[in-house]
Design a binder for this molecule. Structure first.
Ligand SMILES: *Cc1c(COP(=O)(O)O)cnc(C)c1O
Length: 422
């Protein structure tokens, strides 16, 4: 079974060994050329959208300024959900409607911070309409997050919308727009996000249809013209070699059909369509590069590597599949079955369970695929493990350090020692 060739890599063992001379493993490596190429294809697929399609990249997926600059250069904005992500925008000199602030259970300071930056604020709850007006002032433009509840089937990661903590009910949404208008809002957006890592384009077309119908009802019932519809993020990626990427032509045509049928037919003013995708934008263009440290044979066979779940927690946290290539053995059939493990004192610190791989020796490099989103970003410091570095493979094939590895001192620096002044 030659599954390896279905997940090609933009580098080989010799290239990585050269990189590792300067930047010891483990590290995440991101491919600038591939990120740019994808961004171009993605945005072009929606060029029919009146007033322009826009993706607010979900910053949480890969909050590194070097990568965010690339996306900005390709014409994307940013979806922030925390004070730190907003602070990152401020440091990068990004302001105004290039940012949408989609958070939940939001503290007053974060609303003020988002207002100061001029970000579009996307409210998660009816009570936040008055809370925002009181704590930070009602902006001219406001977006509300809809939770379609029983109208929509569940999805594996987010689950059943009725069980999801996000958004307004349908009735609350109508109340919310009315109240926001009373408090001074004049421009309006409508948002929902009901899927994560979803590969079926029909799912998003159906979501768009639900929102377009709401746009018409809001116009009829409240006289409110929605300026943009935000379909959220959640486009999935083919983590497994036998999965197919979402076909943007199919997705785009489906949404365009619904737009024509609902918005255009109702004679409404043009409504912009925007999204907040993170995973699909960078996920497939990052790899965690790690070296085999030990081989161990007990009741099972283990490949112990120098990365841990602290560098990539998706497999340990929700059993997510990440494809693994043994460098130097690309395209070879599997020679053995093993668990690929880190060194945390946690038995779920594993990148793969019972994986068929070509035989890897101590010292060999492994590439763990699809770590360009929700990879380094989800890192943590359990067992005092310093998080690994992030590198960028530039278009000219040079490799740039874009975040150094943490040191032991970094991990210990927040401790209050007895000898420290109080
Ligand atoms: C996580 C999240 C996104 C991005 O999701 P992806 O699966 O990375 O596309 C977008 N919007 C909101 C509100 C989110 O919580």
């Amino acid at each position: 079974m030659k599954t390896e060739s279905l997940k090609p890599l933009p580098f080989d063992a010799a290239f990585l060994e050269e990189v590792a001379k300067t930047h010891p493993t483990p590290f995440h490596l991101y491919d600038e050329a591939a990120i740019r190429d994808h961004a171009r294809r993605f945005l072009e697929a929606f060029s029919w959208v009146p007033g322009g399609f826009y993706n607010y990249y979900a910053v949480k997926a890969l909050p590194n300024p070097a990568v965010l600059e690339i996306l900005r250069d390709q014409g994307m904005g940013f979806d922030c959900s925390s004070a730190t992500e907003l602070a990152l925008m401020e440091k990068m000199g990004i302001r105004g409607e290039e940012i949408i602030f989609t958070s939940n259970n939001t503290p007053a300071e974060e609303f003020r911070q988002a207002r100061d930056l001029g970000a579009i604020i996307n409210l998660d709850d009816l009570t936040h309409v008055d809370f925002l007006a009181r704590e930070a002032g009602m902006p001219e433009l406001i977006c509300l997050r809809y939770n379609p509840g029983p109208l929509k089937e569940g999805n594996a990661i987010i689950g059943n919308p009725q069980e999801a903590k996000y958004g307004f009910t349908r009735e609350q949404l109508f109340q919310g727009y009315r109240r926001a208008r009373d408090l001074g809002a004049r421009r309006f957006g409508l948002h929902t996000m009901v899927a994560s890592n979803e590969l079926n384009p029909e799912y998003f077309v159906e979501t768009a249809r639900i929102l377009f119908e709401l746009v018409v009802e809001l116009k009829t019932e409240l006289g409110i013209q929605i300026e943009f519809v935000n379909l959220g993020g959640g486009i999935g990626i083919p983590y497994r070699p036998d999965q197919q990427a979402v076909d943007y032509q199919v997705l785009s045509r489906g949404i365009q059909g619904a737009y024509q049928e609902i918005i255009v037919e109702a004679g409404l003013d043009p409504v912009r369509v925007v999204t907040e995708n993170g995973r699909v934008v960078t996920g497939p263009y990052g790899w965690l590069i790690t070296r085999v440290r030990h081989r161990k044979e007990t009741y099972k066979r283990y490949l112990g590597v120098d990365a841990t779940m602290a560098d990539l927690m998706r497999p340990g946290m929700y059993g997510a599949y990440h494809h693994i290539t043994v460098l130097g053995h690309e395209g070879e059939p599997p020679g053995e079955t093993c668990d690929v493990t880190g060194s945390l004192c946690e038995n779920n610190d594993k990148f793969a369970l019972d994986r068929d791989l070509p035989r890897a020796e101590v010292g060999d490099l492994l590439a763990i695929h699809d770590t360009g989103a929700h990879g380094h970003a989800m890192g943590f410091n359990y067992n005092g493990k310093p998080r690994c570095a992030e590198l960028l493979l530039r278009q000219d094939r040079s490799v740039q350090l874009i975040r150094r590895a943490e040191t032991i001192d970094d991990v210990l620096q927040t401790i209050q020692w007895k000898s420290d002044p109080v």
